[in-house]
Design a protein around this ligand. Structure first.
Ligand SMILES: [Zn+2]
Length: 307
């Protein structure tokens, strides 16, 4: 990556190291600035990324939108209402997932990008010792006030001692992080040898992504820097000595993302149209989870031969 002060330019594929980078799509930042960003694709491994994205120091303003529901708690509008209902159901399923892959043991759980803390709180109720890392001051304060859980700022990740975490979760977070490879390397270090890493990501091979193309809301430029599909994510995971042991579809995202994508296109009655189309993509993905709107990857460390 060649860095100018404000923009991060990527000339080597962060997943496979290829230099054959090709243009893929141009997408608009529909949430805040209406600026256009290019997405490039690696023809070798299929990985895609937002080209010339704002650096960590500059990206703050692109998050300053009240519509960014992941960090808000308002109930205005049909999309928000559905989002909050879906969050409740999703929390239950996330907790179940952790329990099942951690073989029903309890221990130390780290949630990176813990947002407003709902997942941390759910796991704390289930007797996990939880730690949250969250970049936003406001979200950390919210978590403290609502759940009495202290969260740490981003730098804390690098202070965590080696092999101390039983479970590390990143729910729709990795696609936001500038230092993709170094974060994964570090996670490999702090996870216990028999620990579980759970990463949820939008799926650019999904039916909804194929349909909406540059309007697909989960490209979400420039907040989403990296755009994964199951095959390129597995490639990246392997590079960091992780094995993808399971993949779980996140069915609700097809509805939410389709509704937002219709809004991006400026469709009349976009929410309704998106809801119906989301339903179709949801039904199609039931038979083919690899094409579901979002996927949760369950990872374990690869067998360590020596050490
Ligand atoms: Zn590549």
């Amino acid at each position: 990556m060649e860095n100018t002060p404000n923009k991060i330019h990527t000339s080597i594929c962060p997943v496979c190291g290829s230099k054959e980078i090709a243009p893929f799509l141009s997408c608009k930042d529909n949430l805040t600035t209406q600026e256009v960003f290019d997405i490039c694709k690696c023809p070798v491994c299929g990985f895609a990324f937002t080209q010339d994205f704002p650096s960590e120091k500059e990206i703050g303003k692109y998050y300053e939108a009240t519509a960014y529901v992941s960090h808000s708690d308002t109930h205005k509008g049909i999309i928000n209402t559905l989002y909050h209902w879906a969050r409740k159901v999703a929390l239950k399923s996330k907790a179940k997932m952790v329990a099942s892959y951690a073989d029903n043991r309890k221990g130390m759980l780290l949630d990176i990008g813990s947002g407003t803390g709902y997942f941390l709180n759910k796991m704390k109720e289930q007797k996990w010792i939880v730690t949250g890392i969250e970049k936003s001051d406001a979200a950390r304060q919210y978590t403290k006030q609502k759940f009495d859980i202290d969260c740490q700022p981003s730098e804390y990740l690098y202070e965590i001692p080696c092999k101390t975490k039983d479970v590390i979760t990143m729910w729709h977070v990795l696609e936001h992080l500038e230092h993709l490879n170094s974060v994964l390397d570090h996670i490999q270090g702090i996870l216990k040898n028999d620990g579980t890493l759970i990463i949820a990501l939008p799926n650019k091979d999904s039916y909804d992504a194929a349909h909406y193309k540059e309007y697909w809301a989960a490209y979400d430029v420039p907040r989403h820097l990296w755009h994964f599909s199951p095959s390129d994510f597995e490639h990246l995971a392997n590079r960091h000595q992780f094995e993808v042991v399971d993949t779980k579809p996140m069915y609700f995202d097809a509805f939410y993302i389709s509704m937002l994508s219709e809004q991006n296109k400026g469709t009349t009655l976009g929410s309704l149209v998106g809801l119906i189309k989301g339903g179709i993509y949801f039904l199609k993905s039931l038979g083919n989870k690899e094409r579901c709107s979002s996927l949760t990857y369950i990872l374990k460390k690869k067998e360590i031969k020596q050490k």
